[in-house]
Design a protein around this ligand. Sequence first.
Ligand SMILES: NC(=O)c1ccc[n+]([C@@H]2O[C@H](COP(=O)([O-])OP(=O)(O)OC[C@H]3O[C@@H](n4cnc5c(N)ncnc54)[C@H](OP(=O)(O)O)[C@@H]3O)[C@@H](O)[C@H]2O)c1
Length: 208
Amino acid sequence: MTTIGFIGAGRIGTNLAAAALAVGHDVVMSNARGVESLRPLVRQLGPGARAASPAEAAEAADVAVVCIPLHQVGTVPVDELSGKVVIDTINYYPERDGSIAELDAGTTTVSEMLQRRLDSAAEPGRVGKAFNHIRADLIVTQARPAGSDDRRALAVFADDTSGAAWVAGFIEQLGFDAVVGGGTPGYDARLGAAALRRALEGARRGAD
Ligand SMILES: NC(=O)c1ccc[n+]([C@@H]2O[C@H](COP(=O)([O-])OP(=O)(O)OC[C@H]3O[C@@H](n4cnc5c(N)ncnc54)[C@H](OP(=O)(O)O)[C@@H]3O)[C@@H](O)[C@H]2O)c1
């Protein structure tokens, strides 16, 4: 059992928390408006869920999930995430987040932006990208037992191999095949593991 701290308790945070609870983890939920606003959600999620501030959720976490709009990334707790695996679900939507020149130019990524923020800690949290290419509710409804013909694959991408391995195991626990790799081909596409691997590899070769 792992305690998963959520920075953000919207569509992704809520669905991922429900899925994590169902496989035996504890969750600590946080949002922008504060603990009182989270009471109904925590009641609905049931035993194993509690509400906290973002800093407290980060502190309590064995593993954290950052699932907030990109324009809020500069508020993510830093010292409380020290040394931890930090899952980044954030997508860049210029119409919501404003245009960010480095992202538009392809000279950085959202995960690198989050990692740069965490890097000011003595032992920085280690960012891995996951759950950004599946619509939030499908994390619950598309879960399937291992070996099912229609089991969907989800990508995990991280420089830190032990962090990536933990996230891959978590993805499998939730009812998906985990494929290590990053890029846009998996976005909103219901692909099995072999097809997702081919798509990510094709995109990587195209970028070389
Ligand atoms: N929805 C999807 O299907 C989906 C799929 C893949 C990836 N994503 C990405 O995942 C991220 C979250 O998406 P979402 O759909 O879950 O968004 P959402 O429903 O709008 O929820 C955002 C959550 O972030 C919280 N928040 C905002 N600023 C915060 C801050 N500074 N500190 C702590 N919490 C903060 C909000 O709190 P309040 O409620 O108090 O404002 C809310 O709980 C986005 O970057 C999105 O692009 C979404």
